[in-house]
Design a protein around this ligand. Structure first.
Ligand code: BGC
Length: 443
């Protein structure tokens, strides 16, 4: 049986989570509202659910950290809620919010768990959205000021910092398709938000590296292995366009390669946001990148899809085994994306910062026998091991997610955790997949 000890000695293992998905305590101790609180209030989340309570991680984090410790999980990636630190997004700092993350970080460290922090995991302060949010170029300064507060407070204690979580998803789903907060739609909203997200990463990564040279800075990118539906030229070309959007659109400008608009002419209007000096500003100073990979996509030409002229052929349509998100279980995808991103000269280190699966779980006599999730992790980690033999830039892996949590527009029905949450009692139950991960990690 494969063990963590079969990987390079410095390989990092952990679990991931995010503030808006777990903390709850939405208006406690001076926290300001975020766009997700507002989105839920506008009844945009399935079942009219909201992140207001979530897993009550804000009040129960000690219990969760002790559970991670009992499982022997050495690294914990979580995010900071911007509006807990700066309730209005800029200006006055909320001392209670600052103290909360000190306590959280200290509790991790006291229990031998290394904290990895994401600065922005999609919960923009509502006050900033009212000023245009990611569509407003000013956001690069708002984000820098927020990062400056966090680094000044926690920079001595926390070594690994990630700037934006999956910029393609929060700008695409939030500003183009409208099914994530803030619920905006259309190409011009998307291009403005996408441009400023890429610019913010370049700008703030250099700000942090200049002022805090001892920390490691990166960002996390959503990615998928994309294959054509058929070998017809139309499908091959459709697949190339989607691959450019899903895998290249955000990393290439941050690597100094510009937006890949030659391959995706539908997005070339993004360059109209460019101002003198931006080319340099877009280049990020990343010590590492995080890749978040769940599945592969099968792509077909589609005459009716504007801009992309391509569509995803869903897993259920193809009648292949899939998770509750209708994402195909396809372990080779993890190998393929590591290969793809390793090939960029500018990429120094790669961590898989998210990988995991949502399945229906049954809590029976204090146990959750989540065989499918365990099998998913086992198969993906096997492919990860193969990748570690070929691609030395690969340095670590984090399961999504530590606990079940608020799955954005999907609400609480989708469960990704290796620890089960009973949303009525908030009781935690370690699932079989977590016991499997514990045994895999133990020597
Ligand atoms: C996000 C997580 C999300 C997970 C599963 C990633 O896109 O970073 O917040 O819960 O995928 O959908």
């Amino acid at each position: 049986m494969l063990k963590a000890s079969d990987f390079p000695a410095d390989f990092v293992w952990g679990v991931s989570s995010a503030a808006a998905q777990t903390e709850g305590a939405a208006s406690k101790d001076g926290r300001g509202p975020s766009i997700w609180d507002d989105f839920a209030k506008r009844k945009k989340v399935k079942g009219n659910q909201s992140p207001e309570q979530a897993c009550e991680f804000y009040d129960r984090f000690e219990e969760d950290i002790l559970l991670l410790k009992s499982l022997g999980i050495p690294n914990f990636r979580f995010s900071i809620s911007w509006s807990r630190i700066l309730p209005d997004g800029t200006g006055a700092v909320n001392k209670a919010g600052i103290n909360f993350y000190h306590k959280l970080i200290d509790t991790c460290l006291q229990n031998g768990i290394e904290p990895w922090i994401t600065l922005y995991h999609w919960d923009l302060p509502l006050a900033l959205e009212k000023k245009g949010g990611w569509k407003n170029r000013e956001i690069i300064h708002w984000f820098k000021d927020y990062a400056a507060v966090c680094l000044a407070e926690y920079g001595e204690k926390v070594k690994h910092w990630m700037l934006l979580n999956e910029p393609l998803v929060f700008t695409g789903a939030g500003y183009f398709a409208g099914y994530h907060a803030p619920g905006k739609r259309g190409m011009s909203n998307f291009l403005a938000a996408a441009y400023h997200a890429a610019l913010a990463q370049g700008y703030v990564s250099k700000f942090i590296k200049t002022n805090y040279p001892n920390v490691q800075v990166g960002a996390t990118f959503s990615c998928s292995f994309n294959t054509p539906y058929s070998l017809k030229e139309k499908d091959l070309n459709a697949c190339k366009r989607v691959d450019t959007l899903l895998n290249k659109f955000f990393i290439e400008p941050n690597l100094g390669l510009g937006f890949p608009v030659k391959e995706l002419s539908a997005l070339k209007a993004i360059n109209k946001h460019m101002q003198p000096g931006d080319e340099e500003m877009l280049k990020a100073d990343f010590d590492f990148i995080g890749l978040q990979v769940y599945t592969r996509e099968v792509i077909a030409h589609s005459f009716f899809t504007p801009y992309l002229r391509a569509k995803i052929v869903s897993a259920s349509k193809r009648k292949v085994f899939h998770t509750n998100m209708n994402w195909e279980v396809y372990p080779d995808a993890i190998f393929e994306v590591i290969k793809l991103f390793s090939a960029y000269e500018g990429v120094k280190k790669i961590y898989i910062t998210e990988n995991g699966a949502s399945f229906s779980d049954q809590l029976l006599n204090g146990r959750v026998h989540d065989f499918h999730r365990q099998d998913y992790l086992e198969k993906h980690i096997k492919k990860l091991h193969e990748a570690s033999l070929f691609f030395p830039k690969l340095k670590g892996y984090f399961v999504w997610s530590a606990t079940d949590n608020f799955e954005w527009t999907e609400g609480y029905k989708q469960r990704f955790g290796i620890i089960h949450i009973n949303y009525e009692t908030l009781e935690r139950t370690v699932k079989d997949s977590a016991y499997w991960y514990r045994d895999f990690l133990s020597n």
